[in-house]
Design a protein around this ligand. Structure first.
Ligand code: UTP
Length: 295
């Protein structure tokens, strides 16, 4: 029951970051010095995955290039003796045959993107990482989940508590017993209005699912925002199987949102002494009451 394959969907349009994402995929935006997809792929390897499957779309070629060699650049760095730079550009390139790509021709929603990977996943449990949910954790979250999966051997979704007024941005789950880290899901609903949300436990972008989800996704009708929603399909799966919600350990940054993305950059930069040393005096220039620092 090892989780060998991880789907990383990158077929979306990234409209919340326009105009930056007109020609550059949202998933290629850097946090400090690495693009979001690199954090996702590193998390997959840390969890013991053997294959990463990207669901891409038009204009996402730079994602493929990122995980490939760039001979001219490597030669130049080598000639100039830039060993560290050469290493950082090549160490993250996976062994041939471990990264796979399939296309989603139209951005019909996350559920549809996952369904596009069905043939590459085949008949085994698999994981999903949404690269714009960057989770900073001592033990990578997918690893926390694969360890939990070995115990319960059932589909599992990462959750965290959000503010009541934020429920309409997330898939929300109701669980049997809220106090544990691993909780049996009773129901789930995509983006409920705050007054209709069954709880404040929001689904965050890490999932372990079984291949039954592909059959359900194949027949899934459009849901909220006219998209094929993964949460709706998981609600269907819940009628057939036990699903667990897992309250992960770590800090999540919503890098699909401008403020969350900036917070991720600041938080991760502060962990590097050389950057923190320069950033702290700079940030002190910004008064908390919102007055302009230049006056
Ligand atoms: P989001 O909803 O956050 O991404 O999907 P988006 O639609 O690209 O962004 P906005 O809302 O327009 O700004 C989460 C992940 O699912 C992928 C996205 O690429 C992102 O990594 N996704 C989303 C797909 O692969 N296909 C889709 O049809 C939708």
């Amino acid at each position: 029951m090892k989780i060998r394959k991880v789907i990383v969907p990158v077929g979306g349009l990234g409209t919340r970051f326009l105009p930056a994402t007109k020609a550059i995929p949202k998933e290629m935006l850097p946090v400090v010095d690495r693009p979001l997809i690199q954090y996702a792929v590193e998390e997959a390897w840390a969890a013991g995955a053997e294959h990463v499957i990207f669901v891409t779309s038009r204009g996402k070629k730079s994602i493929e290039d990122h995980f490939d060699h760039f001979p001219e650049l490597e030669e130049l760095l080598s000639l100039r003796g830039k060993v560290d730079m050469l290493q950082s550009a090549t160490d993250m390139i996976p062994e041939a045959g471990r990264i796979h790509y399939t296309r989603q021709s139209h951005p019909l929603g996350l559920g549809h993107a996952i369904w596009c990977a069905r043939e590459l996943v085949g008949d085994e449990p698999f994981a999903i990482i949404l690269p714009d949910d960057l989770i900073h954790a001592r033990k990578p979250v997918l690893q926390q989940m694969t360890e939990g999966f070995q115990k319960v051997r059932a589909p599992m979704i990462a959750v965290m508590e959000v503010e009541q007024q934020e429920t309409s941005k997330y898939g929300i789950v109701a669980v049997e017993e809220e106090k544990n880290a691993l909780m049996r899901v009773r129901s789930m609903v995509e983006k409920p209005a705050p007054q209709e949300a069954p709880s404040r436990l929001a689904i965050i972008g890490r999932y372990i699912l079984t291949p039954e989800i592909f059959d359900i996704l194949g027949d899934q009708e459009e849901g909220r925002q006219g998209e094929i929603q993964l949460t709706d399909a998981m609600a269907g799966l819940l009628k057939r199987q036990v699903i667990y919600a897992y309250r992960f350990q770590g800090t999540r940054y919503d890098c699909g949102d401008n403020a969350g993305y900036l917070m991720a950059n600041l938080a991760l930069a502060m962990e590097r002494p050389a950057l923190a040393e320069r950033l702290i005096p700079f940030l002190k220039k910004f008064p908390l009451n919102g007055e302009s620092s230049s006056s």
